[in-house]
Design a protein around this ligand. Structure first.
Ligand SMILES: Nc1ncnc2c1ncn2[C@@H]1O[C@H](COP(=O)(O)OP(=O)(O)OP(=O)(O)O)[C@@H](O)[C@H]1O
Ligand SMILES: [Mg+2]
Length: 158
């Protein structure tokens, strides 16, 4: 679906490994991928470029986003060869309404929505970037067997 909406000058590379199932909302996780890939495409613009979408499962490692669980984690990364971001932009990317786009071009809500969804799934997200070289957003999600459901405790009225 995303491929059809992107210029042919952008190559999409899929690196999908086998991962355990994740407990989540399909629509919301779809939104995460759409927002990340859309940003990546904007960062590349009309130049030739690459967007690499990776999914893998691994033990939590330093330098990668952590989850609330303590076993292996499912990772999803979207990396691009676009314009990249300076430190000041990188510090604020997940802030609601933060945008560097022209008025009318972006609301600045894309990554704030992504952040909210990932946190809501018990995961975390981190971004790295080198100006002029590209950016990489990596998020972690706990596999289903480690999902910690929110427990609602109902107290009977006396
Ligand atoms: N892959 C990326 N490469 C470079 N800059 C990025 C990338 N992703 C996000 N940004 C920067 O972070 C800002 C915020 O991104 P976010 O997706 O939240 O909002 P937006 O793309 O500006 O607007 P929209 O609400 O339409 O998504 C962008 O304006 C841009 O400056
Ligand atoms: Mg966006």
């Amino acid at each position: 679906m995303l491929r059809a909406g992107l210029p042919t000058s952008i190559q999409i590379i899929e690196q999908f490994r086998e991962v355990p199932p994740v407990f989540g909302d399909e629509g919301e996780l779809h939104q995460v991928v759409v927002n990340l890939v859309t940003n990546a495409a904007h960062a590349i613009g009309t130049a030739a470029g690459r967007i690499t979408v990776s999914i893998w499962c691994a033990a939590e490692a330093p330098g990668l986003p952590q989850t609330r669980g303590d076993g292996p984690v499912v990772y999803l990364a979207v990396a691009d060869t676009g314009c990249g971001m300076d430190e000041a932009t990188l510090d604020r990317v997940f802030e609601p309404f933060f945008t560097t786009k022209e008025v009318g071009d972006g609301t600045g809500l894309g990554l704030s929505v992504v952040h909210g969804i990932v946190i809501g799934h018990g995961g975390t997200i981190a971004a790295r970037s080198t100006p002029g070289e590209g950016s990489r957003f990596t998020l972690s999600l706990p596999p289903m067997n480690q999902h910690q459901p929110t427990v609602l405790i109902e107290t009977a009225a006396a």
